[in-house]
Design a protein around this ligand. Structure first.
Ligand SMILES: Nc1ncnc2c1ncn2[C@@H]1O[C@H](COP(=O)(O)OP(=O)(O)OP(=O)(O)O)[C@@H](O)[C@H]1O
Length: 246
């Protein structure tokens, strides 16, 4: 919980790439409020600005205009170090291509952000082991990523995203590289997180995620063209779809 009630707030948020003839406005004056605990899905055609928006919301890229608050704190003017510190404690990222460190075991990958945030090795290891257990991979904790399936790698990446108990998890096409069985496992995890009150922003082409989030925004040319609150229409959420309800 943030105190402000909103994990994320953005006003007239802009990101321009390039200049002159090659200038692209990837994110064009977006206003967005994400209340604590909401699962927001973002869809839209390739190149409409979804990834750029996600990077802005997580402080991976800096806006070229507008204002952004994370956990009630204005962040668009922060310096690089302050932003990195805030990012570490506030945001967990999950990427389509997993982005695990290939030389490190599953548990070492998961504990890494906690070590970087200053946790003791013992505390970081304990938390990483707990999270690997939670994503069903306790028995794989010593494996290198190369010895894991795609679905297992993404579950490790989700555990890593959670290790610093982030305010918000930002996921960019998290099932984009997965077969349908692995996709179901990952969807089940996101549903568990949603039920646990985790704030989630998920960029996805997967209708199953999009249709069962609390809210769905569609982007076109850097702007929102549609913004639908789905919770009332689909009260069972992803749980119903996966047979977790009742
Ligand atoms: N670093 C960059 N330099 C120049 N242009 C960029 C850069 N990053 C993104 N763009 C441009 O900004 C626009 C939005 O890109 P973005 O990757 O955010 O879209 P997307 O909706 O996530 O696409 P996809 O679904 O294909 O991943 C595109 O026109 C892209 O070419």
């Amino acid at each position: 919980m943030t105190g402000s009630g909103f994990a994320i707030r953005a006003r007239a948020l802009c990101k321009e790439h390039g200049e002159g003839q090659t200038l692209v406005r990837a994110v064009d004056e977006i206003d967005l409020d994400v209340p604590d605990g909401q699962t927001l899905a973002v869809t839209g055609p390739s190149g409409c600005g979804k990834s750029t928006l996600l990077h802005l919301l997580g402080g991976l890229e800096r806006p070229t205009g507008g204002a952004l608050w994370l956990a009630g704190r204005r962040v668009d003017g922060l310096g690089e170090r302050a932003l990195a510190r805030l990012r570490r404690r506030t945001v967990g990222f999950v990427f389509q291509a997993f982005h695990l460190v290939e030389e490190l075991s599953a548990v070492q990958n998961v504990e890494l952000p906690a070590l970087l945030a200053g946790d003791s090795p013992r505390a970081a290891r304990r938390r990483a082991a707990e999270l690997l257990d939670r994503v069903g991979l306790a028995a794989r904790s010593r494996h290198l990523p190369s010895a894991l399936s795609g679905g297992e790698r993404q579950r490790v990446a989700i555990a890593r995203a959670l290790v610093n108990a982030p305010l918000v998890v930002l996921a960019d096409e998290p099932t984009g590289n997965l077969d349908s069985a692995a996709t179901r496992e990952v969807l089940r995890l996101f549903e568990e997180l949603r039920r646990g009150g985790q704030t989630l922003v998920i960029v996805t082409h997967d209708d199953r995620i999009a249709a069962t989030a609390d809210r769905l925004v569609s982007m076109r040319d850097g702007a929102f063209v549609d913004d639908v609150w789905l919770a009332a229409a689909a009260p069972t959420g992803l749980g119903g779809l996966l047979g977790l309800d009742g």
